[in-house]
Design a protein around this ligand. Structure first.
Ligand SMILES: [Zn+2]
Length: 99
């Protein structure tokens, strides 16, 4: 019993392997052999019509998507003169009880 896809084409073992690869990707929602939704940006990626579940277009989008929307934005480090100011404050507060 051969599995037939939505397009009526007999799915090859290689296509099945690619389908699994796409379904295992936490960022991808596999709609059909030619369309994958990106969970990250919500875009629909059209896959190559040359073969079913062709991962090339998806991998290109995935890479660009990750670059375009960085998840963690690093905050600038605190200014170095804050520490210098702290030292002088400590010196002054210790000066009072000693006198
Ligand atoms: Zn995306």
């Amino acid at each position: 019993m051969a599995y037939r896809s939505l397009l009526g084409i007999v799915q090859s073992a290689a296509a099945k392997a690619r389908e699994k690869q796409l379904r295992d990707d936490p960022m991808a929602i596999v709609l059909d052999p030619l369309h994958v939704d990106c969970k990250r940006c919500g875009k629909r990626i059209k896959l190559s019509r040359k073969s079913l579940y062709d991962t090339f277009h998806w991998r290109v989008h995935r890479m660009r998507c990750l670059k375009r929307h960085p998840r963690v934005q690093k905050k600038p480090l605190p200014k170095p003169d804050v520490r210098r100011g702290h030292d002088s404050v400590v010196f002054i507060s210790h000066a009072d009880p000693m006198t």
